[in-house]
Design a protein around this ligand. Structure first.
Ligand code: FES
Length: 201
């Protein structure tokens, strides 16, 4: 089991560090900053994701209005890419790869273990809005199968027990604690490319 780096955030959660979904000031600032990049909706939506943690409807309506686009077109882009979320997610997203290599290497069992540890199903967010559990397709580091990503850290291969330990450690002490737990399990740190979800499995 090793660790590397990636990123993320979570339900009807109102996070004090983020603007409210109907607070359009940040949206307007973002739109202004990207005003000369006509046609490029993706960077705008990425910036909005980083700011709000998801893409609230009022914000998408504002984007459509400002860019003089049909709302359906903005939604089309927002729903095409797995990186965009229409609903708030937890502060940290835990992704478990269910690509072929990971699937045959016990990803379903890893998912069950993490799901039990968090007390949520895949797609769900913990009651404290700290974690969202996602199932994703191949993250491009199949040699580490089965792979689990916690926020910006990528771990693999992980057994169900190790996955549970890593999640518990992260819950207790954040990324550093998860990293330390990976070390205790006797595996070194592994560097992989950004494993930001390429799509839901
Ligand atoms: S199948 Fe999981 S990283 Fe490729």
């Amino acid at each position: 089991m090793g660790a590397a780096n990636t990123d993320n955030h979570g339900d009807d959660h109102v996070c004090t560090c983020r603007p409210q979904p109907d607070d359009l000031r940040p949206t307007r600032e973002i739109l202004e900053r990207y005003a000369d990049q006509a046609g490029g909706l993706v960077p705008v939506l990425q910036e909005i994701m980083r700011t709000y943690g998801h893409l609230p409807r009022p914000v998408l309506e504002e984007v459509a209005r400002a860019r003089n686009l049909p709302l359906s077109e903005v939604y089309g882009v927002a729903t095409f890419y797995a990186q965009f979320k229409l609903q708030p997610t937890g502060d940290t997203t835990i992704k478990i790869c269910h690509g072929t290599a990971c699937h045959v290497a016990d990803a379903p069992e890893v998912t069950v273990a993490v799901s039990e540890e968090l007390g949520v199903r895949v797609g769900g967010t913990t009651d404290d809005h700290k974690y969202t559990l996602e199932s994703v397709s191949c993250l491009g580091c199949c040699g580490l199968a089965p792979v689990m990503v916690i926020g910006e850290q990528t771990f693999g291969p992980v057994s169900p027990k190790q996955a549970r330990l890593l999640v518990a450690a992260h819950r207790g002490g954040g990324p550093a604690a998860a990293e330390a737990a990976a070390g205790r399990e006797g595996t070194g740190e592994t560097t992989t490319d950004d494993a930001e979800g390429e799509g839901s499995a």
